[in-house]
Design a binder for this molecule. Structure first.
Ligand code: SF4
Ligand code: SF4
Length: 300
């Protein structure tokens, strides 16, 4: 990449384009700008988490008292004192299959083309309807990829992120087999060369990737503390991908919509993928077209 291209690249990655900073009216939740979400998330001030109608969320103090119980929709009450509990909502009603989320992620993290941290499947529902289903890492609350690692290279943070220490990974690929979502891949070849990065190479920012190790989506973990939503969410022109915080009960997408997370999930009957595996994903899907996800067919 030339220096001009790099400069353009950085410009393209401006964290919050000005058009995205405007509060946007949404019908499903509180009207808060992305900045307010970020401010609330950063300060740990819950906007609506206490006693939410959905039962998805409970306050931190309630979590401490109740841990490790699960809420009505199956999200764990961890009892963690972490400021954030990260989650994602993917609104399938608006996904047009353009894959800009995939390419933005790939470009930002200097990945090979087949290393899709967020993969967009073309699906067919039982009634024959075609739709698109983006699949990041599900950041499972009970991640089967973690305990199987013989060298403890996989771990889950107290903010709910499942990460890989690539410097520790010895490449057995057992975790790839354990993941029911095929969210992991193996680095068979040398990584795409990356210029100097904004963060050190670490589990929260595995750029460049490490040959001979396993990689996967990290929810752009290194960017979250500074208030930036993941690259896939930023670049989705349809506002499909919402980054949320179960603690502050707010989620935002890349086109300026902010919602009360618990309300958004219940009002739209959000579901999780492959629930029979007992993984309790931190990614919810809004289907809207009667899809069942678990039984629909992947056609491409
Ligand atoms: S960028 Fe948005 S609309 Fe396009 S495939 Fe990804 S989630 Fe769907
Ligand atoms: S989706 Fe797969 S890689 Fe991600 S946490 Fe769950 S089991 Fe692990």
């Amino acid at each position: 990449m030339s220096s001009d291209e790099q400069e353009q690249d950085e410009t393209d990655r401006a964290p919050i384009p000005s058009a995205h900073q405007q509060p946007v009216t949404v019908t499903t939740g509180k009207h808060v700008s992305r900045r307010r979400f970020l401010g609330a998330a950063a300060s740990g001030v819950g906007l609506a988490a206490v006693g939410s109608v959905s039962g998805v969320l409970i306050s931190r103090s309630a979590r401490s008292a109740a841990a490790p119980a699960r809420t009505a929709t199956g999200s764990a009450a961890t009892g963690s004192s972490a400021t954030h509990q990260w989650a994602m909502v993917i609104d399938l009603r608006n996904c047009n299959g353009c894959k800009l989320c995939t390419t933005a992620c790939e470009r930002y993290h200097y990945l090979h083309q087949d290393q899709t941290w967020i993969h967009v499947f073309t699906m067919q529902s039982a009634s024959g309807e075609q739709y698109f289903m983006p699949r990041p890492c599900m950041m499972c609350e009970d991640p089967p990829c973690v305990p199987v690692c013989p060298v403890s290279a996989n771990f889950r943070t107290d903010e709910g992120l499942v990460l890989v220490t690539q410097q520790r990974c010895v490449g057995t690929r057992i975790c790839m087999n354990a993941c029911p979502y095929q969210a992991r891949y193996f680095n068979w070849s040398a990584p795409v060369p990356a210029p100097r990065q904004p963060f050190p190479q670490e589990p929260a920012w595995p750029v460049p990737q490490v040959e001979g190790t396993v990689g996967k989506c990290v929810f752009c973990a290194a960017m979250l503390p500074s208030g930036r939503i993941p690259e896939c969410a930023s670049y989705c022109p349809m506002g499909v991908i919402y980054m949320g915080d179960l603690e502050s009960d707010v989620a935002v997408n890349g086109i300026g919509n902010s919602v009360t997370l618990s309300k958004f999930l219940t009002e739209n009957t959000a579901v999780r993928f492959k629930t029979t595996f007992g993984t309790h994903p931190r990614v919810w899907y809004i289907t809207g077209h009667g899809q069942t996800l678990d039984t629909d067919k992947e056609v491409a």
